[in-house]
Design a binder for this molecule. Structure first.
Ligand SMILES: *Cc1c(COP(=O)(O)O)cnc(C)c1O
Ligand SMILES: [Zn+2]
Length: 397
């Protein structure tokens, strides 16, 4: 296995054991905990000048802080997405600046590409020939694309309520599409059953592979650079499994460790009232979520009733001074339309939870007049045009 110089192995989030990345491919062999890529930061010499001298040409430009090098990566130049200002939104929220980080510009139209480029690279390094996952939709589409690029087979399990584009594109990439009646949990069970019969399938599932949050952490690296090394005050993130949130928090700690920045934003988790286990745990002051009994939201990407990494998500929120907020589906769809009509930006339905969440945070007095707020538009609005249009129909438009 070919890895980068400073990458020293995988640390278990639960028992603290360090696992060799060559033999430890997924969860902790000792306790089943989540594995997290670890580095010798003293061996990394990365300055603002180094970064400024490098073209802004994809997330693998940060490979000194990733397990694999750009040369070995299965990549389509994902990442380095635009950070577009949203001045009318800033007025509306009563803050100095709002920016929308447009992750819809990634190869398959969502930030899941940052996770899959890393996870599929690991699969190749481990000699896998077939990858498998259950997903709400975007991760499945992305995995099928990266597997195709690497010449691997993919087995994708999606719930019936996954969006049409996701299902269609799994087929187009030549993936083995399994549509499972029900929700993400049902797709996960079907994957589990299938994996028992196919021991050679390599899971590229959230927090089963140690590499998806690792790829997604690059979203944060780009922010201070795009803001001339001003660290934003707030980052609002539509949170399901929390992969992106813990990844960004990890990245912010790393940039401080390397002396590139000396503060971090407040990371806020935005959820839908139809599935808000993180908000509930945050409000009740708990360190762990309780599974949401009847998840029901139009925001498929964050309809995750049982986020296994909740202790880490809650730590990221609390340590950074963030909050967890929920909005109704109606408010989320209204936010999507407001952003589209005032800023031109096309947010995905799930992503609009970040905009609706920002409104709640503003109403509740958590923003100051001189603050800079970043909203993560985790996927392109194109994928959800039908849902957004139907919302107008419901208003007689
Ligand atoms: C997967 C997904 C999310 C949630 O991602 P996590 O990092 O697992 O919380 C948010 N938005 C969209 C569009 C997604 O596809
Ligand atoms: Zn362990």
């Amino acid at each position: 296995m070919e890895t980068t110089d400073a990458f020293v192995g995988l640390d278990c989030r639960d028992c603290g054991e360090r696992v060799d990345a060559e033999t430890g491919t997924h969860r902790c062999p000792d306790c089943g905990g989540i594995l997290d890529p670890a580095y010798d930061y003293d061996a990394i010499d990365l300055t603002r000048e180094d970064l400024a001298a490098d073209p802004f040409d994809g997330m693998w430009r940060y490979d000194a802080l990733l397990p694999f090098s750009r040369e070995t990566a299965v990549t389509m130049d994902e990442g380095t997405t635009p950070l577009a200002s949203a001045p009318k939104l800033a007025d509306e929220l009563g803050v100095a600046e709002v920016y929308i980080k447009d992750e819809g510009r990634n190869p398959t139209g969502s930030f899941k590409d940052r996770g899959q480029t890393a996870a599929v690279t690991a699969a190749v390094e481990h000699g896998a020939e077939e990858v498998a996952l259950a997903s709400a939709g975007n991760a499945g589409q992305s995995a099928a694309a990266y597997a195709a690029r690497a010449g691997l087979d993919s087995h994708v399990f999606l719930p019936t309520r996954a969006g049409f584009t996701n299902k269609a594109m799994v087929n187009v990439h030549g993936g083995d599409l399994n549509v499972v009646e029900g929700r993400i949990g049902d797709a996960g069970s079907a994957l589990g059953d299938a994996m028992e019969d196919h021991e050679d399938w390599y899971a590229v599932q959230t927090f089963v592979t140690p590499y998806r949050h690792e790829g997604k952490k690059t979203m944060y690296y780009e922010l201070p650079e795009q803001l001339d090394w001003e660290v934003p005050d707030h980052v609002v993130y539509p949170t399901g499994g929390g992969v992106g949130l813990v990844g960004m928090y990890k990245a912010a700690v790393e940039f401080e460790e390397l002396g590139l920045t000396d503060e971090m934003p407040a990371f806020h988790a935005a959820q839908s009232e139809g599935c808000a286990p993180i908000v509930e745990a945050f409000e009740e002051g708990r360190d762990h979520h309780e599974a949401w009994e009847v998840p029901d939201t139009i925001c498929g990407g964050i309809e995750i009733p049982d986020p296994g990494a909740s202790p880490w998500i809650l730590e990221a929120i609390r340590e950074s001074g963030g909050r967890a907020v929920a909005a109704s589906d109606e408010e989320i769809l209204d936010s999507l339309v407001t952003v589209a009509q005032n800023e031109g930006a096309e947010m995905g339905v799930t992503c609009a939870a970040a905009a609706a969440g920002a409104w709640k945070l503003a109403e509740d007095g958590h923003f100051d007049a001189d603050d800079t707020v970043v909203l993560l538009n985790t996927a392109t609005g194109n994928k959800d045009a039908d849902v957004a249009r139907s919302h107008l129909m419901g208003k007689g438009i």
